[in-house]
Design a protein. Structure first.
Length: 241
């Protein structure tokens, strides 16, 4: 068996997320179908994690195991020649059989883009907010969130193997028009980044106080965190191994 690692970039707009779906097109399905055409055998991609419908990726990682060998460059060139133009393979390499894109990951970075001016070129790639955002309060909300390990209140309801989150870094960049929020953590719960961003924005626009945000987090109840940012502003930036 040969184990291949892929680094993948994609625009998620017209896909129903990463994971293969019975009635909807997904990123996983499109890449697997092309790999099966090349290798002439069944392919199952293991991703670092699922991205939801409409979410983009700058550096998603996946691996797959096959019986037949192809040079990494052959795989790279074949996929980039045949995949739709909204999916690109950045790198292909052979890795040890023990490598798993999901279970070998040591951390991830997500980027969220907020646009404060109506720009049609950013429409499908950021969250447009017309209200004035207090960047200082936005940062205070993000720092408050970072101080907690349990962020179940800021995630989708579910049974999680690891509820304790180690948020390693949060960086905010604002160029006067676009706000970039980059979050690096040990791992992420479903909808966690989108809820972190949405609740921090609520603090920034005056719709939520820091104390109210603290109460939501400390409730450890996913039904309390009601705000969620749209998927089109979210990017899986990098996975660390």
């Amino acid at each position: 068996m040969i184990n291949y690692k892929l680094v993948i970039k994609y625009i998620g707009t017209r896909y129903y997320g990463w994971q293969r779906q019975p009635k909807h097109i997904s990123i996983q399905q499109v890449i697997e179908d092309n790999l099966e055409s090349l290798f002439k055998e069944r392919i199952r991609l293991i991703a670092s994690g699922r991205t939801d419908a409409g979410v983009h990726a700058l550096g998603q990682v996946a691996n797959f195991k096959v019986k037949h060998h192809r040079k990494p460059r052959t795989v790279l060139d074949f996929l980039n020649a045949n995949l739709p133009r909204d999916i690109s393979i950045l790198d292909v390499e052979e890795v040890p059989l023990s490598f798993s894109a999901r279970f070998s990951a040591k951390g991830k970075s997500y980027l969220y883009k907020i646009n404060t001016f109506p720009d049609p070129f950013l429409y499908g790639f950021s969250w447009y907010i017309s209200k004035d955002i207090d960047i200082l309060k936005l940062n205070q909300a993000l720092e408050l969130i970072r101080s907690y390990k349990n962020l179940v209140s800021l995630s989708k309801k579910g049974d999680y193997l690891r509820e304790e989150i180690d948020i390693r870094e949060i960086n905010v960049r604002y160029d006067g028009t676009v706000i970039d929020i980059e979050i690096t953590a040990s791992h992420f719960l479903r909808h966690m980044v989108r809820k972190i961003v949405a609740h921090s924005v609520q603090v920034g626009i005056g719709g939520l106080s820091l104390e109210e945000l603290r109460s939501i987090i400390e409730a450890k109840d996913s039904t309390k965190g009601i705000f969620i940012a749209p998927p089109k502003g979210l990017y899986l930036k990098e996975v660390y191994y």
